[in-house]
Ligand binder design. Structure first.
Ligand code: HC1
Ligand code: SF4
Length: 563
């Protein structure tokens, strides 16, 4: 332990902590913009580029960035001297002097960390003026970039490089013109960007945000000629409450359904129902591959960022991907080919997702018209003056309302594999697993393994989250160093509950943990444990589709010729 003094208070902290972290431990919040630390998933951005976090340290002539300076025994630190306060204010004003002032229509309005600092500094006038940078806005199907708003904090660059190993964004140019951009300023669509949206989830300003589809939804709701059907993804229900002042991990499923109805969505269905369908198809596909000597391991294909990552970086490995569509796309097929037949007006299928890559997936698929993120729907609900916390509870609409615990856990890392294993066991053994919990596939370890004994065979299952680690696993499989039968990959650390469209976590990992626990509670409390026990799913097959992995099912729920 290290002993030191901050603002006259003595404290002891673990060796290796920075001044900023030590101050936080005794309730002193030092303002910062570039720093972010999610050490539980191995993400740290401490490049000290913004220098808003400077402090005075006894014996040091210069002001010191607290985010990157480790504590040392006997240090005496002041976080709020005249010099410190003046310097911080100058920095904020300098940043604002070269920043567009269009907060009212900015993609981060209300969530912007620069805006919050400007508010807390009470800035009414910027003393510096001069040249202002100007760049073209780039709007891809999933992500919009407004480089003019880049403050060079480099969080996006770090997360894209260190956690995702994609290296799409990097600091370019020097001095006044320095910004984070793609190579040759290419549009994201023309890079190997996966649209995972992790850069969106850490960007402190409006430099990177989701491409907004909420106005399109608003217009569709107003159009009497259309029936608007919304499917709600597994991870949204345990996170959206945060933006209405509720504790992270509060399950607001029922309130969300009634709120969506209130703003004019005609039908609200559960993506978790479609997740159960995905399990039925994918487990059967895996069984088929095992029994017919087809290619193994099978790679899950629900996460569009992972699929794009594999297609772009390892096209020779694409053959491992399951041909089963993601729950979003399966629900799209159900909406457009089953539900539509019973309606007189045109059905618009919209997905409410925790993810920005789902916008990309919807744009390349046929059936989901478009996707909105958790944050976008919050804006829409607030426009309608709806406080989610005050809404009554309502059930999803029948007949796509019920899900098993297997469908519920899709939103966390390891969930798709666990749900698939539960059903695969049943398909092969004709009886249910005695213990359906695969504890080894849960939690935040980057790579997780489990085994399931089926007859004489032991199936090896693996789960990975974060694309850097996925890359290592894919290469190990390619090089013959890793032998497994099935692999789940989610691009975002923690799975969809930490997706790029969720309420901002602002570097607080406990938020992600609470969402994870909440998703697990849904599974634990569900009286139906496995997807193959979902009677509504079985009825849909009986009445509308025919057999699982049969001709009609392949037509609707699988990609042609695999992918
Ligand atoms: Fe996901 Fe999925 S779990 S990909 O994370 O397979 O986005 O929540 O909707 O499609 O079900 C996301 C979440 C989501 C799909 C499902
Ligand atoms: Fe990198 Fe993902 Fe952002 Fe693309 S969306 S730039 S892959 S972090």
């Amino acid at each position: 332990m290290v002993s030191l003094e901050i603002d006259g208070k003595m404290l002891e902290v673990k060796e290796g902590r920075t001044i900023l972290e030590a101050a936080k431990e005794i309730g002193i919040e030092i303002p910062h913009l570039c720093y972010m630390n999610l050490e539980e998933i191995g993400f740290k951005n401490d490049c000290s580029s913004c220098r808003i976090c400077v402090v005075e340290v006894e014996g040091q002539r210069r002001l010191i960035p607290s985010c990157s300076t480790p504590v040392a025994n006997g240090m005496k630190i002041w976080t709020n001297t005249k010099r410190v306060m003046q310097k911080r204010r100058n920095i904020v004003e300098l940043l604002l002097s070269d920043h567009p002032k269009d907060c009212l229509i900015c993609g981060k309005n209300g969530n912007c960390e620069l805006q919050k600092i400007a508010i807390s500094f009470g800035i009414r006038k910027i003393r510096f003026s001069g040249r202002e940078s100007s760049y073209e806005k780039e709007e891809s199907v999933a992500i919009t970039r407004d480089v003019t708003k880049c403050i060079m904090c480099r969080r996006c660059e770090s997360i894209c490089r260190d956690i995702q190993s994609c290296n799409i964004l990097t600091g370019v140019r020097r001095g006044f013109s320095a910004v984070v951009d793609t190579a040759f300023s290419r549009s994201l669509q023309h890079t190997r960007c996966t649209f995972c949206g992790q850069c969106v989830s850490v960007c402190p300003t409006g430099a990177i945000y989701e491409t907004d589809n909420s106005f399109q939804l608003f217009q569709d709701i107003m159009n009497e000629e259309k029936i608007v059907v919304m499917q709600v993804a597994p991870a949204v229900r345990v996170a959206i409450g945060e933006m209405f002042g509720m504790e992270a991990g509060t399950d607001v499923t029922g309130k969300l359904v009634s709120a969506l109805k209130k703003i004019g969505i005609d039908y609200v269905f559960d993506t978790n129902f479609a997740a159960d369908v995905t399990v039925m198809e994918e487990a059967t596909e895996l069984k088929y591959r095992m029994e017919h000597g087809k290619i193994l391991p099978i790679f899950t294909s629900c996460c569009p960022a992972w699929v794009r990552f594999l297609q772009q970086n390892y096209p020779e490995m694409e053959k491992y991907l399951s041909s089963t569509k993601s729950p979003q796309e399966i629900f799209g097929a159900i909406a457009k080919h089953i539900f539509q037949k019973e309606q007189e007006k045109e059905v618009v299928c919209v997905s409410l997702m925790p993810c920005v890559a789902k916008k990309y997936e919807a744009s390349i698929g046929k059936d989901v018209n478009y996707s909105v993120t958790t944050r976008e729907i919050v804006n829409l609900l607030k426009q309608f003056n709806i406080d989610l916390s005050l809404m009554p509870e309502e059930d999803f609409d029948q007949p796509f309302a019920t899900s098993s615990g297997g469908g519920d856990i899709f939103g966390r890392s390891g969930g798709v594999m666990e749900a698939t294993a539960r059903t695969l066991y049943y398909l092969l053994e004709k009886e249910d697993l005695k213990e359906v919990a695969f504890h080894n596939l849960r939690g935040f370890d980057g790579l997780k393994f489990s085994e399931v004994k089926i007859g004489e065979k032991v199936l090896r299952l693996a789960v990975v989250h974060g694309l850097r680690q996925a890359r290592e696993v894919v290469e190990a499989i390619r090089n013959g160093q890793l032998q497994i039968d099935a692999l789940e990959v989610m691009a975002c650390k923690g799975g969809c509950l930490a997706g790029g469209g969720q309420p901002y976590h602002h570097g607080d990992f406990s938020i992600i943990q609470k969402r994870t626990e909440a998703i697990q509670r849904l599974d634990d409390r569900n009286s139906i444990q496995c997807s193959h026990q979902n009677e509504d799913v079985l009825r849909m097959y009986r009445e509308k589709i025919g057999s699982i992995y049969g001709d009609e099912a392949k037509e609707l729920f699988h990609y042609e010729k695999g992918r």
